[in-house]
Write a protein that binds this ligand. Structure first.
Ligand SMILES: Nc1ncnc2c1ncn2[C@@H]1O[C@H](COP(=O)(O)OP(=O)(O)O)[C@@H](O)[C@H]1O
Ligand SMILES: [Mg+2]
Length: 265
């Protein structure tokens, strides 16, 4: 998805106040439509019989748009009437609290360590009644162990009784192993790929590791697609790549030309 708001210098993307315009209710119409498309694709991919889906969101490296995707996807799911819990599982560089302008503590670490989560009303978002947000909490010395722990499993199990979707924002897989630690507690993983940002080598390493971890990759979200590229040349490049691995995928762009948006399977 490309909103045209980003400023890119080398390999860095700067957000600042501009990045708030990319989030939940502030999204422009086209961006919102793209997240709704992602929501629809997700519902086709997931089995109907499950009561709650626990979905991790990761990428190869930092800055590809995991947290932005996690916030916006959970928002459009809640908007559609689902009861959704957004969890900041990136205890290395948490960003959900900052992006949502809420306190980072108490949060996930406090909940799982204390085991006290009977009452989750304090985590209800100020935006939508059915949208709950759990920030990262106090930063632990051992995020990977905590995410893979029995305590985390118990927390997710308890939340699964109360929510339709649990969306977990995770650190990138090429940097730390946290996403793999929590993988066995997930129904699936979404992989965010930022165009012209991740190298093929990085993506290759990420995909190989995900395959080894046995996590079900539900699909790939192509972020910041260049709309001026009418033939989506770069997208095709990635598409071939995903076909090679047999993954389902979709892509997002927010563009001036909505009719060109697509979703191939
Ligand atoms: N589709 C997009 N268009 C423009 N900027 C984006 C887009 N997605 C993310 N960004 C910006 O890129 C930066 C990194 O995004 P973020 O979601 O924090 O990445 P990650 O969680 O993968 O590190 C942020 O400043 C964010 O506002
Ligand atoms: Mg992030």
């Amino acid at each position: 998805m490309r909103t045209g708001n980003q400023k890119k210098t080398g390999n860095k993307v700067f957000g600042g106040a501009e990045s708030a315009k990319l989030l939940h209710k502030n999204m422009d119409f086209t961006a919102a439509e793209q997240y709704k498309l992602l929501r629809a694709n997700l519902s086709f991919t997931l089995p109907e019989e499950k009561k709650c889906f626990v979905i991790g969101i990761t990428s190869s490296i930092r800055g590809e748009g995991k947290s932005t995707t996690a916030i916006n996807l959970s928002y459009v799911l809640a908007e559609a009437g689902k009861k959704v819990l957004l969890v900041d599982g990136d205890m290395r560089i948490p960003s959900i609290a900052k992006k949502m302008d809420i306190d980072r503590t108490p949060g996930l670490t406090n909940l799982i360590i204390s085991g006290e989560y009977e009452d989750m009303e304090a985590y209800k978002s100020g935006e939508l009644d059915r949208w709950y947000i759990v920030p990262a909490g106090d930063l632990p010395p051992n995020p990977s162990e905590l995410l893979g722990s029995r305590k985390m499993e118990r927390f997710l199990k308890a939340m699964s009784e109360r929510f339709d979707y649990i969306i977990i924002d995770l650190p990138p897989v090429n940097i730390v192993s946290d996403a793999f630690s929590v993988a066995r507690h997930l129904d699936g993983m979404l992989l965010v790929v930022r165009e012209d940002y991740t190298t093929k080598k990085e993506l290759d390493s990420c995909v190989t590791q995900l395959k080894l971890s046995n996590v079900k990759v539900l699909g790939c979200v192509m972020n910041v697609i260049k709309t001026e590229n009418k033939n989506y040349g770069k997208y095709r490049k990635y598409k071939r790549y995903y076909k090679k691995y047999g993954y389902d995928y979709g892509y997002q762009q927010s563009s001036e030309s909505e009719s060109e948006q697509g979703n191939e399977r």
